[in-house]
Design a protein around this ligand. Structure first.
Ligand code: NDP
Length: 498
């Protein structure tokens, strides 16, 4: 961090080389206030454009992002250290979500008639979803485009203005996203970025002009953000960490399961909220699975197949989890404590790690994995569900029926079957967790509605003769008729056993 003469600034640094990638303002509470104020004005204009006016501009923004794909990916690559291909991939997913949100906003949120029921036979009922005004987005560094765009794109499509506070580790790509937006929407400050450290995010979360905060980051920070939101009763969507499990059934395609497990655990150096952190393998498949996984893991190269640990302090957590697992009887099948050599961590595969150890219960966020042999699928599910987190999960099974049953019973927001993290690429599917993984949803129709408030309107078309019940002039006969009607409609008992 440096202090310039007029404005205080901070540097973003390439974690692989230590080189300074960019220098950005440390926006204080006054700067955040100015951004939210101007966003409020922009939000009114943006909302007034209607779905069609916004769609035209957002589809243009999508094209601008696509044409700048390599440029965006390069900034991601420099700020996080992840391979260019991975940076391209996350940007491609972000673009497809923006496209879906834009094209589906009217269908999901636009005015529609809803049935009135017999009691409201003289009414028409209309439901629509209105924007909240200014949405504050606070994002993480691990997928600095894909993750925040899951809130930004959906909030914009729903008619809100956005003030985005990117992670202090990845401010440059956040600034670039907003800069590119002004090519498509030059008229007003509909999408702005404020840069800085935690205090900048805190100022955004605590600002009374914010209609909703979309936070993605750790569970601990989510609690602080929620406390800041409480001051103004600002609603919050919290996308937090995870400790996702992958379950391997006895009849699963073992090479495919091992391949998926490895990608899920090690891609992006394991710094994925829906990364695979724990594996439970049914006894009969265990030896084959371990052989396949071990061979593949030994062939992986940190610094080539995946990048460095982006946040330096995370290497201490990874080391602590590995050392604790080994000290408590766990075995390192691939790598070990020596695999942690900052800024890189080589692949680590651990077995026989006690279920109550930090490597099994806490988010490691590194290219490490624990594998446990289980007697049955039921045991696998019980163990998978026994942590405080509940974000994603994976099941490999030869039986679609068993896999679906397990997926439904898994305590998580999303589960992939015979593939890993595949739900992320389906824009119509909502994304979010339970428990310590947070609440609320981005993506899909739920993700659009998350950034709106429902507006319910009932219009009387004609008075119901003899049923003037919401009036001081109602008569006993009218109340009698009402009771008769409700008894006819709702009073018949059903045998609970039939
Ligand atoms: P952090 O919780 O450290 O930070 C998240 C964001 O919050 C950053 O922009 C950070 O700013 C900001 N922030 C920090 N303190 C405050 C505060 N008091 N008030 C407001 N904002 C604040 O998370 P990471 O950036 O380390 O991201 C990794 C975490 O995110 C992991 O737990 C991961 O699982 C989770 N994650 C969840 C996803 C999901 O969709 N569920 C997706 C991706 C990641 P600064 O960086 O400047 O400190």
């Amino acid at each position: 961090m440096s202090t310039a003469t007029e404005q205080r600034t901070f540097d973003s640094v390439n974690p692989a080389t230590g080189a300074v990638v960019g220098t950005h303002p440390l926006h204080d509470a006054a700067a955040v206030h100015a951004a939210v104020e101007s966003a409020g004005e922009a939000a009114r204009w943006w909302a007034s454009l209607g779905f069609e006016g916004r769609k035209r501009r957002l589809l243009d923004y999508k094209a601008v992002l696509t044409r700048n794909l390599t440029r965006i990916a390069r900034v991601i690559h420099e700020e996080t250290g992840k391979p260019m291909d991975d940076a391209v991939l996350e940007t491609v997913f972000a673009i497809s979500h923006l496209d879906w949100a834009t094209r589906n906003a009217r269908k999901v949120l636009g005015p529609r008639r809803v049935p009135t029921g017999l009691m409201g036979v003289n009414l028409t009922a209309t439901l629509q979803y209105l924007p909240l005004g200014v949405v504050g987005v606070i994002g993480p560094w691990n997928y600095p485009v894909f993750t925040p765009m899951g809130s930004i794109g959906y909030a914009l499509a729903a008619g809100n203005a956005v003030v985005f506070k990117p992670s202090e580790l990845t401010p440059g790509v956040g600034v670039l996203l907003a800069e590119l937006f002004t090519e498509s929407v030059p008229e007003r400050k509909v999408f702005q970025v404020v840069t800085g450290l935690g205090e900048t995010g805190a100022a955004l979360a605590g600002h009374p002009g914010i209609g909703k905060i979309a936070f993605t980051g750790s569970t601990a920070t989510a609690k602080r953000v929620m406390a800041a939101c409480a001051a103004n009763l600002t609603p919050l969507v919290a996308e937090c960490g995870g400790k996702d499990a992958l379950i391997v059934d006895a009849d699963a395609d073992i090479p495919a399961a091992a391949d998926a497990a490895l990608w899920g655990a090690m891609s992006n150096a394991g710094q994925t909220c829906v990364g695979v952190e724990r594996i439970y393998v049914v006894e009969r498949a265990y030896d084959d699975f371990m052989r396949e996984l071990g061979e593949r893991a030994r062939a992986l190269r940190s610094g080539e197949d995946y990048g460095p640990i982006t946040m330096p302090a995370q290497t201490d957590i990874i080391r602590r989890h590995v050392e604790d697992a080994l000290a408590r009887g766990g075995k390192a099948v691939v790598g070990g404590a020596e695999s942690v050599r900052p800024p890189y961590v080589d692949p680590v595969v651990l077995t026989d790690v006690p279920e109550d150890s930090s490597a099994v219960r806490e988010e490691t966020f590194g290219p490490t994995i624990t594998v446990r042999k289980v007697a049955t699928l039921e045991e696998a599910l019980e163990k998978a569900n026994a942590v405080a987190y509940g974000l994603g999960g994976t099941i490999f099974s030869g039986s679609p029926r068993r896999a679906m049953e397990l997926a439904r019973a898994m305590l998580s927001g999303m589960t992939a079957i015979n593939s890993v993290i595949s739900f992320v690429g389906v824009p119509a599917l909502p994304f979010g967790g339970v428990g310590d993984s947070g609440f609320g949803r981005i993506h899909g129709a739920d993700g659009l509605r998350e950034f709106t408030r429902p507006k319910a309107i009932s219009r009387q078309r004609f008075p119901l003769p003899g049923m003037k019940i919401t009036s001081f002039t109602r008569s006993p006969a009218e109340m009698e008729r009402l009771v008769k009607l409700v008894t006819f409609l709702h009073g018949r008992r059903k045998s609970p056993l039939s």
